[in-house]
Design a protein around this ligand. Structure first.
Ligand SMILES: Cc1cc2nc3c(=O)[nH]c(=O)nc-3n(C[C@H](O)[C@H](O)[C@H](O)COP(=O)(O)OP(=O)(O)OC[C@H]3O[C@@H](n4cnc5c(N)ncnc54)[C@H](O)[C@@H]3O)c2cc1C
Length: 516
């Protein structure tokens, strides 16, 4: 029986699944998912990612069962499992989506390629997003993205299942894979059905609130689409989301809030791939500075106590600590608050982005390496090509949570702090602290550093490095390889703030651009 193995990874769906559609057209298929202990042992992986994947897997398995087939789930490293299957009944081809993952998946895919070549098995891969493998010219990327997004969605093919005498494995608990079992109690649930419900709700109703409400951590949880974990795990395909959004735009009245929201959202889908393309073209950006001229800038000054204060949500800046608390409980934060957390880590706390990024990767349910590491570097000022934005957490609190509702929701101790001290509670006079029962340094932490002087010092160091002739000289090559191009939708959104940018008459002074 000449059959093909379809290897499901972060593409847990049957809809618009080109590797499956092509395999099914050619003959019997074996649908395979691997729980790879090596992957789950990586420092950017967390139990919430694993559980979310299992929820998607349960949906996929049920769908395949309804079609009279099965999903073979094996626990093991891919080359060993493929060899085992091949011994049981040789297969002619391995079909999969291309994955732009972390360094571990990159090396694992190289090993799969070698194994396939040695065994004479054809390995066929299809793009998963609008990300172009072996892209030699960034100028043509936008056209390629558009062409991929315009392709018709692959309908669910008629499936003929290969029947192999190989038993599936039990799905291990996170602890058995060495994962810390913490699972945010309020995180989103996985699976295609959940993903489709979120998509329908956003396109049909919530998109109206997208513009103007995605920066505040109060309104963002319902104003944002909340599709990120479904895209990251592939329960929804990017093309289906892009095409559904375009269809919704076509139906929305011209000039309506819905249409504006949907257009702003559509540009984010574009940026999704723009950022992943950076990691695809330069896998090392996961662990080293995109601009090597910034090497050594922060590394010698790593301060574990500052890092620990950040991770524990005890920096002393209420908005920062409230964001950390929300993230721990929900696995999600909006863009502006993510950017602020990284900015606080990178400037006043002067922490290198790598450890901060690993921590956040584990905390974000939607961890997508290409977006994540590019953003970490961008917000830390090490790409050399982006305007650096330094978010002042006190200014952000005044703008995005002016009445302290968010801070009090996530930091119950702050409920006892009077309104006028909610942004800088450490400045409360001693007798007021006693009266409201909130002692600085005991009930709430004192700020870990003096915000103003630490930020000033950080800017000074970054600017000195940026001014070096060799650092300036290396910039052009990075722009050529990774930079956004004129005419790209939502171009200024490289900084993630397009729809919320203020007019020139109303500058946001919390973003202290260093491009002067
Ligand atoms: C430091 C940092 C780390 C980040 N890490 C991740 C990550 O690991 N995974 C992830 O999906 N997003 C990441 N983002 C981008 C962004 O914050 C999230 O995509 C967004 O908050 C997810 O919520 P949503 O789906 O409701 O977003 P929406 O605003 O509804 O956006 C829709 C989709 O567009 C994409 N998108 C939105 N904003 C961006 C952006 N600025 N850059 C690239 N793509 C974008 C995402 O796929 C998102 O699901 C990060 C941002 C920062 C500043």
């Amino acid at each position: 029986m000449a059959y093909r193995v379809v290897w499901f990874k972060r593409d847990l769906r049957l809809h618009d699944h080109a590797p499956l559609a092509e395999a099914a057209r050619l003959g019997p298929v074996l649908c395979l998912y691997l729980i790879e202990p090596g992957l789950w042992a990586q420092p950017d992986m967390a139990a919430q990612h694993y559980r979310f994947a299992l929820e998607g897997l349960a949906d996929l398995e049920a769908e395949l069962r309804r079609l009279g087939g099965r999903l073979l789930v094996k626990v093991g490293e891919v080359v060993e499992v493929l060899a085992q299957l091949h011994r049981a009944a040789p297969f002619v081809a391995l079909h999969a989506h291309e994955e732009t993952g972390n360094g571990w998946t990159y090396s694992r895919d190289l090993a799969v390629g070698r194994w396939c070549r040695e065994q004479g098995v054809a390995w066929r891969e299809w793009p998963q997003f609008g990300v172009v493998r072996r892209l030699d010219d960034r100028d043509r990327w936008q056209r390629e993205w558009e062409a991929l997004m315009r392709l018709p969605q692959q309908p669910l093919p008629a499936l003929q299942f290969a029947d192999l005498p190989v038993a599936g494995d039990e799905w291990p608990a996170p602890q058995q894979l060495g994962l810390d079992p913490w699972d945010p109690p309020q995180r989103q649930q996985g699976g295609r059905q959940q993903g489709l419900a979120v998509l329908d709700d956003f396109l049909g109703r919530r998109c109206e609130f997208y513009r103007g409400n995605i920066s505040s951590p109060l309104s963002a949880p319902s104003a944002c689409s909340r599709l990120s974990p479904y895209l990251a795990q592939g329960s929804l395909g990017l093309r289906e989301v892009v095409q559904a959004t375009r269809a919704a735009i076509a139906c929305a009245p011209a000039g309506s809030r819905q249409r504006q929201g949907l257009s702003a959202f559509l540009s984010r889908l574009y940026w999704h791939c723009h950022f992943i393309q950076k990691l695809e073209s330069e896998p090392a950006l996961e662990w080293r500075n995109l601009h090597r001229g910034y090497d050594g800038l922060r590394e010698p000054d790593w301060d574990p106590a500052r890092f620990e204060a950040l991770v524990q949500g005890r920096t002393g800046w209420p908005l920062v600590d409230a964001c950390v608390a929300m993230l721990r409980q929900t696995g999600w934060l909006n863009f502006r608050m993510r950017a602020m957390l990284v900015s606080v880590a990178a400037y006043p706390l002067w922490l290198h982005w790598r450890e901060v990024g690993l921590w956040l990767a584990r905390e974000f349910l939607d961890y997508e390496p290409g977006i994540h590491w590019s953003q970490l570097q961008m917000q830390s000022g090490t790409t050399g090509i982006n305007t650096t934005r330094v978010y002042n957490p006190v200014k952000q609190a005044r703008d995005q949570d002016p009445r302290g509702v968010f801070v009090r929701r996530w930091l119950p101790v702050m409920r006892r702090v009077p309104d006028s001290w909610i942004f800088e509670p450490w400045r409360m006079p001693a007798e007021l602290q006693a009266r409201c029962g909130v002692r600085v340094g005991i009930d709430i932490p004192e700020p870990v550093v003096d915000l103003e002087s630490a930020t000033r010092e950080a800017k000074h160091r970054l600017y000195a490095r940026r001014g070096r002739p060799e650092v300036r000289a290396a910039k052009a090559a990075i722009v050529d390889r990774h930079g956004s191009r004129k005419g790209m939708p939502g171009r200024v959104a490289e900084h993630g703030t397009r729809s919320n940018r203020r007019s020139a008459a109303e500058p946001d002074k919390s973003q202290l651009s260093l491009d002067f």
